[in-house]
Design a protein around this ligand. Structure first.
Ligand code: BGC
Length: 735
C-alpha cells in the first residue's frame, strides 16, 4: 500500500515537472483554439485555409505580406531562411488583427542542406533507424532555417518504375513502407514537433497516387478497397499511428472520385476509422484541378466538393477563399465545416508552439547547416543504401594501390545527379562526385584518369573513343551511367527503362576493350539493364546517394565499406514486364516455361531481372536451420520463427534476413509471399547468430469480401531468406 502511494506521488511529481509548455497541453490547446475561433471573421477563417507559394528562390512574394496583414493567408510553401521567414512572421504577429502566425512549409524530402540518399535508396538499407536519423538532421537544419513543416514523408507504394516519383518512396512493399513511414515521421517530428530541432511532418500523397495507370504521373487510379487497405493504406496508417500531424491529398482520381474530393478516404477512413486529428492539405492546385477531372463545373463547385470531403487547407489555388462566402449563403457549405477545418489547422499551429514562439533564432541558421556530423551521417547512410547487384569472381573491391583507373561516364563527375529530385536547399557545390571520392581514396601512386564518354541525353558518341583509349591504358574501368536528376521525380515518367541516350553504347565500347569493367548506376528508379548484367562482371546500384555520394561509392569500391543493402523494389527485365512485384497472386495458371497456356510472356522469362529484397555482399552468408516455436498457434497467438545466419567469408558484413508468409488456401486469393519481418544483422567473419522474429497471428490476416479484417484458421507457410526468392520454408497451423 505504502509503495503504491509512493509510486503515485512520484508520478505526480514527474508529471508536474515534465516540460510540456502550458500552451501545448491537449485541453489547453482546444481551449485556445476555440477562444480564437470565436473571434474570427469568415474571411479570417478562410484565410487560415489558404496556402500560397513563394518565389522560386525561397523568397516571399511582397503581395503576400498584405494578405497576411489582413489575416487572409495562413501558410506559405517554399519561403525559407530564418531572416526571410521572420520578416514575414513579424507582419503576421505584429500587424494582423488576431496575430495568428504563418506556417512555413517546404519539401524537405531527403535533406534540407545536407542531402541524404533519395528515399528509395534509404529504403534499400532495410534499416529504418537510418531514415529516422537522416530525417532528424533534415528537421534540425530546416527548423533553423525557419521551416516548420515538411511535405514528407512520401509514403506512396509504387509498383511501376516508369513513374518518376518511385524515387521518393520506399518501394513496392507495404510492410517495409510502413516501417520507413514510421521512422521518418519519428525523425522529423521527434516526440514533439514543436521542439526547436524538429518539424511537422506530412504523409503524402493520400492516396494510391503511385498506382497511376501506365506509370504516367497524375494519371487515373482504379484500386479495389481490399488492395487499398492491404497495399496502399498501411504506410499511411503507420504514419498516423506514429503521430504525423498532417497529410496531403493526392492529384489522382481514385475509383472515379478524385483524391482531393474523396469523402471515403479523407473522412471515413482517415477521421472516423483512424481518428486522425491533424489537418489535410490539398496538393498543388489539386482543388482547382477537380474541374479538369470533370467532377466540378467551376471553382465554386470544386471548393464545395473538396471542403465537404475533408480537405482543410488549399495549396496554391484559391477557391476556398474566393467562393467560401457564397457557398455558405447558398447552403452548399456549413459554418461547422469551415470551423472544423480552421480548428484542425489552429490546433497544429498551437501544438507547434507557433503562438508562443513565432520567430526563428537567426543566429543559429549558419552553424546548423552541413555540420560535420551531418556530413558523416550522409556518407554512412549512402554507404549502407547502395546495392551490390553483381560481383563475379570478386571483381570488387578494388585495391587502393592499383596502378591506374579509368573513371568514365557522364555521371562520374556530375554534382547534380546524386542530389536527386527534391534536393531541398542542397547545393551542387557541396556534392562529392564519384571522381572526387575515388581520387581521395586511392594511393598516391595510383593514376586516376577521367573521360566523360557521352552525355546522359542526346545521341552523340563523339566522346566514346577517348573513353575507350583511357580504358585501354588503365588497369580497370569504372563506368558511371544512369539518369540525371531531371529524369526522376515529379512529372518525370519514362516509357522506357533503358539507360537513356548513348550510354549503353559507351558501356558496350568499354566492355569490348576487355579491361576489367565495373558499372556503377546513378539513378532514381529500377532500370532494365539486362545486357550489362549478362556482360559486365561487377555492378553497383548507387542510386542518387546525396551530397556524400562520391565518398560512399569510393568506400564501397575499395572495400572500406562492405555493401549490405537490398532492393526495395523488383527490377524488371524490360519495361513490358511492368507491373512486376513479388507479392502478386498465384493465378489459376502460374508461369511454367514448359507449358504454353500459362500466365507469362512467351519472349522473356517470367521472373524479374533482380527480385525484391535482393543484394550481394563482399562476403557470403548461410541461412539455415529454420525453427518455429510451435507447430500451431491460436487465432490470437504468437509464433517465434528463427534461423541461423553465418558469415562464411573473410570479411565482416551485413545480411538482411527477411521473413515472408503465405496463406495457401483462404476465402480470397492471397499473395504468393508477403513480407512480415526483416532484420539487418552485422556479422564478423565466421560468426554465427540465431535471428528471431515474432509473428503475431494478427499479421496473418487480410480484408475479406465483406471488407472485414480476418485471420482465417488453417495452414500457413513461413519463409525466411536473404531475398524474396531464396528462402527456407516451413509450415504451421492457425487454430
Ligand atoms: C507535389 C507535392 C509537393 C508540392 C509542394 C506538388 O507538385 O506533388 O509532393 O509537396 O508540390 O511543392
Amino acid at each position: 500500500m505504502k509503495s503504491r502511494l509512493l509510486c503515485f506521488l512520484v508520478l505526480v511529481v514527474v508529471l508536474f515537472l515534465t516540460p510540456v509548455s502550458h500552451s501545448q497541453r491537449p485541453r489547453d490547446v482546444e481551449q485556445r483554439v476555440n477562444a480564437l475561433l470565436a473571434q474570427m471573421t469568415l474571411e479570417e477563417k478562410l484565410g487560415q485555409l489558404q496556402q500560397l507559394d513563394g518565389e522560386g528562390n525561397g523568397d516571399f512574394r511582397p503581395e503576400h505580406l498584405d494578405l497576411i496583414r489582413k489575416g487572409l493567408l495562413g501558410s506559405t510553401i517554399n519561403v525559407r531562411g530564418a531572416q526571410r521567414t521572420n520578416q514575414v512572421q513579424r507582419v503576421a504577429v505584429n500587424e494582423s488583427r488576431l496575430k495568428i502566425p504563418v506556417l512555413f512549409g517546404f519539401d524537405v524530402i531527403h535533406g534540407y542542406r545536407t542531402i541524404f540518399p533519395i528515399p528509395l535508396a534509404e529504403a534499400s538499407s532495410w534499416d529504418p533507424l537510418l531514415a529516422e536519423r537522416s530525417a532528424a538532421v533534415s528537421a534540425q537544419e530546416a527548423n533553423n532555417a525557419g521551416v516548420r513543416w515538411t511535405f514528407a514523408p512520401m509514403v506512396d507504394i509504387a509498383r511501376d518504375p516508369r513513374w518518376g516519383r518511385i524515387t521518393e518512396g520506399a518501394g513496392e512493399d507495404p510492410f517495409l513502407g510502413a516501417a520507413f513511414a514510421r521512422a521518418r515521421v519519428r525523425g522529423f517530428q521527434g516526440d514533439d514537433y514543436g521542439a526547436a530541432d524538429r518539424v511537422l511532418a506530412c504523409a503524402k500523397h493520400w492516396v494510391a497516387y503511385g498506382a497511376a495507370e501506365g506509370g504516367r504521373d497524375y494519371n487515373t487510379t482504379d484500386v479495389s478497397e481490399n488492395t487499398l487497405r492491404e497495399i496502399y493504406f498501411p504506410p499511411f496508417k503507420a504514419a498516423v499511428d506514429a503521430g504525423v500531424g498532417t497529410l496531403m491529398s493526392s492529384f489522382n482520381s481514385l475509383n472515379g472520385v478524385p483524391a482531393s474530393a474523396n469523402p471515403f478516404t479523407l473522412t471515413k477512413v482517415l477521421r472516423q476509422e483512424w481518428k486522425f486529428d491533424g489537418f489535410v492539405v490539398s496538393d498543388y492546385t489539386s482543388v482547382r484541378e477537380l474541374i479538369n477531372h470533370g467532377v466540378a463545373a467551376n471553382e465554386e463547385e470544386a471548393a464545395a466538393l473538396a471542403l465537404n470531403a475533408g480537405i482543410d487547407m488549399e495549396m496554391v489555388s484559391r477557391s476556398f477563399n474566393q467562393f467560401g462566402p457564397q457557398l455558405l449563403k447558398q447552403n452548399k457549405l456549413t459554418t461547422a465545416t469551415i470551423d472544423e477545418a480552421v480548428r484542425r489547422i489552429l490546433r497544429i499551429k498551437f501544438r507547434l508552439g507557433l503562438f508562443d514562439k513565432p520567430l526563428t533564432d537567426e543566429t543559429r541558421e549558419p552553424g546548423s547547416l552541413l555540420r560535420p556530423e551531418s556530413i558523416r551521417l550522409a556518407r554512412e547512410i549512402a554507404g549502407r543504401s547502395m546495392v551490390l547487384l553483381k560481383n563475379d569472381r570478386d571483381a570488387l573491391p578494388l585495391n587502393k594501390n592499383i596502378g591506374s583507373i579509368a573513371v568514365i561516364g557522364p555521371l562520374a563527375d556530375d554534382r547534380r545527379a546524386p542530389l536527386g529530385w527534391w534536393a531541398g536547399d542542397g547545393k551542387p557545390e557541396d556534392t562529392v562526385t564519384p571522381l572526387a571520392g575515388i581520387k581521395q581514396k586511392v594511393s598516391a601512386q595510383t593514376k586516376v584518369g577521367y573521360a566523360k564518354g557521352c552525355e546522359v541525353t542526346g545521341d552523340s558518341t563523339a566522346g566514346v573513343q577517348e573513353a575507350v583509349d583511357l580504358a585501354k591504358a588503365s588497369d580497370v574501368a569504372i563506368v558511371f551511367v544512369g539518369e540525371i536528376a531531371d529524369m526522376v521525380g515529379e512529372g518525370a515518367s519514362r516509357a522506357s527503362l533503358d539507360l537513356p541516350g548513348p550510354q549503353m553504347k559507351l558501356v558496350q565500347a568499354i566492355q569490348a576493350t576487355g579491361k576489367p569493367t565495373v558499372v556503377v548506376l546513378v539513378n532514381g528508379r529500377p532500370l532494365s539493364i539486362g545486357w550489362i548484367v549478362d556482360n559486365v562482371p561487377a555492378i553497383l546500384e548507387s542510386w542518387m546517394g546525396g551530397s556524400q555520394s562520391g565518398n560512399a561509392i569510393a568506400d564501397i569500391l575499395f572495400g572500406d565499406v562492405n555493401p549490405g543493402a537490398k532492393l526495395p523494389v523488383s527490377f524488371p527485365r524490360t519495361v513490358g514486364q511492368i507491373p512486376i512485384y513479388y507479392n502478386h497472386l498465384n493465378t489459376g495458371r502460374p508461369p511454367d516455361p514448359s507449358n504454353r497456356y500459362n500466365s507469362k510472356y512467351s519472349d522473356i522469362p517470367s521472373t524479374p531481372l533482380f527480385p525484391f529484397g535482393y543484394g550481394l555482399s563482399y562476403t557470403t552468408f548461410k541461412i539455415s536451420n529454420l525453427q518455429l516455436s510451435a507447430p500451431q498457434i491460436n487465432v490470437n497467438g504468437k509464433l517465434t520463427v528463427s534461423v541461423e545466419v553465418e558469415n562464411m567469408g573473410r570479411r565482416a558484413g551485413d545480411e538482411v534476413v527477411q521473413l515472408y508468409i503465405r496463406d495457401p488456401v483462404a476465402s480470397m486469393a492471397r499473395p504468393v509471399k508477403e513480407l512480415k519481418g526483416f532484420q539487418r544483422v552485422s556479422l564478423q567473419p565466421g560468426a554465427k547468430k540465431r535471428v528471431e522474429f515474432v509473428l503475431a497471428s494478427e499479421q496473418l490476416g487480410f480484408w475479406n469480401r465483406e471488407l472485414r479484417y480476418v485471420v482465417e484458421p488453417g495452414e500457413f507457410r513461413v519463409m525466411v531468406g536473404a531475398n524474396s526468392v531464396d528462402v527456407l520454408d516451413a509450415k504451421f497451423e492457425v487454430k
